[in-house]
Design a protein around this ligand. Structure first.
Ligand SMILES: CNc1ncnc2c1ncn2[C@@H]1O[C@H](COP(=O)(O)O)[C@@H](O)[C@H]1O
Ligand SMILES: [Zn+2]
Length: 347
């Protein structure tokens, strides 16, 4: 089996995927056709050159926040959102993922409320979980560029839906343009969610802001996203690095996202290396597989090649990721058995 096939066949765990950034070309074309056929006004001018930020694109991290509105115009009705959710989960399933946590910010559109938005995703996931072997869970996103009152409303929804569907809605996460908004303003919402039993993930250190990194790490989230500017050689400080090394918060690593947005100059200089060597739990994820034209198996392949990991080490990354999923312990055990079985046969 070549490395490409190995990476596809390896049962993988995806823990950081934004729904609207994960829409593939074919899903977007399908949605566009749906809008045309159902007589909705089609505001989506999909120019894939604009939506996709591939290798060598001149746009940077702050530019990338403009592209999500293209996807948003295609997920504005409950039917379209259901198709987007199901097609995206099918793609993760086809790529050999055995477990996915999809995240998304519930939003009001001309055709649905935030309530309907989260309801639609939950119902779509239930259908997928019944039909495919992949196991999916939902992490509700708070966008830091929105007003705090919006974050509070979204937190209430997350708590309500976690009570109603504990086997689907498992966490709350903070994302959005990192130069906008202050983490401290959202702390009360995240404290409340934590107290209600939701798991927490925070986009942390995507840009250099050591003070914020420290307060995020001190909040003790269950996981953080990116962690780009934490190590001193990547714009962090001795203090940010020492704090992470001490508490060893698991980090959702998104190699291609960081390279394509120029947060990281090239794969070889990615902070994965320092984190891995310091035995901080690293979780290989895609972030926005549609925008960055990638897949989880591709991310595993890039990781193996760049950091010279053999098959056993690579498979161990997937196995270790099971420890940090937000779903219940019986799911954890089931996934670990599946991956260990694969390791027994293929490593
Ligand atoms: C590239 N790095 C990133 N950093 C921070 N936030 C990001 C992101 N990529 C995506 N998002 C967040 O995900 C939303 C789109 O999906 P949903 O509409 O929620 O499904 C974006 O609007 C942004 O808030
Ligand atoms: Zn992200």
């Amino acid at each position: 089996m070549d490395m490409h096939t190995f990476c596809r066949k390896l049962p993988k765990i995806e823990l950081h995927a934004h729904l609207n950034g994960s829409l593939s070309k074919s899903t977007m074309l399908h949605l566009k056709r749906y809008f045309a056929d159902s007589g909705f006004e089609d505001k989506s001018n999909i120019f894939f050159d604009e939506f996709q930020i591939g290798a060598g694109d001149s746009r940077n991290l702050s530019d990338c926040f403009q592209v999500f509105s293209i996807a948003h115009s295609l997920t504005s009705t409950p039917e379209a959102l259901e198709m987007a959710t199901q097609m995206t989960l099918e793609e993760f399933n086809d790529d050999g993922c055995c477990y996915v946590e999809l995240r998304s910010t519930p939003r009001d559109t001309p055709y649905m409320t935030k309530h309907q938005y989260i309801d639609t995703i939950v119902k779509s996931m239930q259908k997928i979980n019944a039909r495919l072997s992949i196991i999916s869970r939902f992490v509700v996103s708070v966008n830091r560029s929105h007003h705090v009152s919006e974050a509070e409303a979204i937190t209430n929804l997350a708590i309500e839906y976690n009570k109603k569907y504990p086997d689907i809605v498992v966490g709350l996460e903070l994302s959005g343009e990192p130069t906008i908004g202050r983490f401290e303003d959202f702390v009360p919402s995240f404290v409340r969610a934590k107290e209600c039993g939701l798991k927490i993930s925070l986009h942390c250190g995507e840009i250099c802001n050591s003070e914020e990194v420290i307060s995020m790490l001190n909040f003790k989230p269950d996981r953080i996203g990116h962690g780009t500017c934490i190590h001193p050689s990547h714009g962090g400080t001795e203090d940010t690095w020492a704090t992470l090394c001490k508490i060893k918060t698991p980090v959702e690593i998104c190699l291609t996202s960081n390279v394509n947005t120029k947060s990281t100059p090239k794969y070889a200089s990615h902070h994965f290396k320092e984190f891995y060597n310091a035995e901080i739990p690293v979780l290989i994820c895609t972030d926005d597989k549609g925008v960055f034209e990638t897949s989880l198996s591709q991310e595993y392949g890039i990781c193996a090649e760049t950091f010279d990991l053999d098959r056993t080490k690579l498979a161990r990354l997937a196995l270790n990721a099971c420890q940090h999923i937000f779903a219940e312990d019986n799911v954890k055990r089931k996934l670990m058995t599946q991956i260990l079985n694969f390791i027994d046969h293929h490593c």
